[in-house]
Design a binder for this molecule. Sequence first.
Ligand code: PHE
Length: 486
Amino acid sequence: MENNKRGSWASSFGFIMSAVGSAVGLGNIWGFPFKMGKSGGFTFLLIYILISATVGITMMVSELAIGRKTGKNPIGAYRTLSKKYSFLGWMAVIAPFLILSFYTVLGAYCIEYMVLNISNIFTGATAVAGADSFAAMLTNPTSSLIYTLVFMALCYFINRGGVSGGIEKFNKIGMPALFIMLVIIVIRSLTLPNAVEGLKYMFVPGYSVSAGFVEKAPSFITVLATAGGQVFFSLSLAMGIMITYGSYLKKDANLVKNSIVISVCDTLVALLAGLAVLPAAISTGISQGIPLNEIQLGGPKLLYITLQDVFNSMGAIGPIFGAIFYLLVVIAATTSIISLLEVVSAYFIDRNIERGRDPKRNKVILWVCIAVAAEAAIVAIDGLGSNGIWVPFQKTFGIIGSFNDCWLDFIDTIAEGFLMPLGALIMSIIVAWVLKPKTILEEVNGNKKCFFSSFYSVCMRIFVPVVMFLVFLGQIDSFFGLGIFK
Ligand code: PHE
């Protein structure tokens, strides 16, 4: 039985936790809350929910269905649909491989911060400012490399355990644990002085501009592109993940219901993450007299500078909250990384099975992890550009945009800027206009005429391509600084 050789989910809860685990990651913590506040608060939230309820759910159902229908990794799956489309599968396997190069390093940085906070608990060390710890970490390639390798080893052992015995088991414990830790941090954050400023930043439309956090509100089209890109990244779409995870699903699993649950959980965690980080970051910033527009509320600086300052300012109890928080982020990163690793590994495992060989799961995962460790080493040594490792196009195109500032940005441009939006755009056009929605709906509900079938067809034909095109333009614009979107 080929399917047994590949592995499958042991329970529906386990699958949902694993998919939510993949979806919940750094994007929920340092991306969503910051973008929401900056781009219209509650209005942004509504647009985000609208896009995820239409485009997000449609794409997730499509990917899960393609995976389950073919029972294969993304390359095999698209090839089964038609030989002509295997390039889509390649895009969906190369993108995760590239994303792994920096996602593992970012996760390793969180382990470093967790260790820092744990040691602060015991030594009661006088706090080192976040900016100083961050600079020290980036400019120490040896320790970044060691932490990255340790982190890779951890992920290797999880994935080696198999789909149900490794990935599912880790997620079933890790995700509920993450949720509890998140609630603890939310309570602490919301009870700090001036926490309400954080709430207003997140929810009140236009407050980020009127209060002076950001200079001006983005245009509507920019908000759409930002929300669309965030939905895709956050739901781990167009990365082959849902195809791969779908290929381990049993035939009786309800794909529509599962997709809704996954995206609701993902948005909930993103909102909770916002409540955990923004009120705390803004409260601490205000009490330290930092001008509002200089408080870093998103991206690496939020995670490794602002929040470390938050924990430093809490006195003796601070490092305990710090350790809990960074552990939570490590779990969020781990559950995303193991999903990315599984996509790449599944290709080689399926290839072995197709050739009538043993799947050799352990060996495949070992080699995939070694290859990822090699590319991650470049990103770790580069230290987000601090150590000036040469980026391929830096000399030639040095003047254009941020895409070659450092290895992370360069690789991210290829993966998130090109492979992901173009992959999703081409896939939706092929499914909607060439293969026709019924190819997918057959797997979803036996091609029944019902509300979902019509809804699916409309979304796939119109909304997904339009949103993906916008996302593509938005990504290219931001990476190359073209100024199309203002
Ligand atoms: N969804 C994850 C996040 O929000 C990131 C991710 C993208 C993980 C693609 C896997 C694949 O951070």
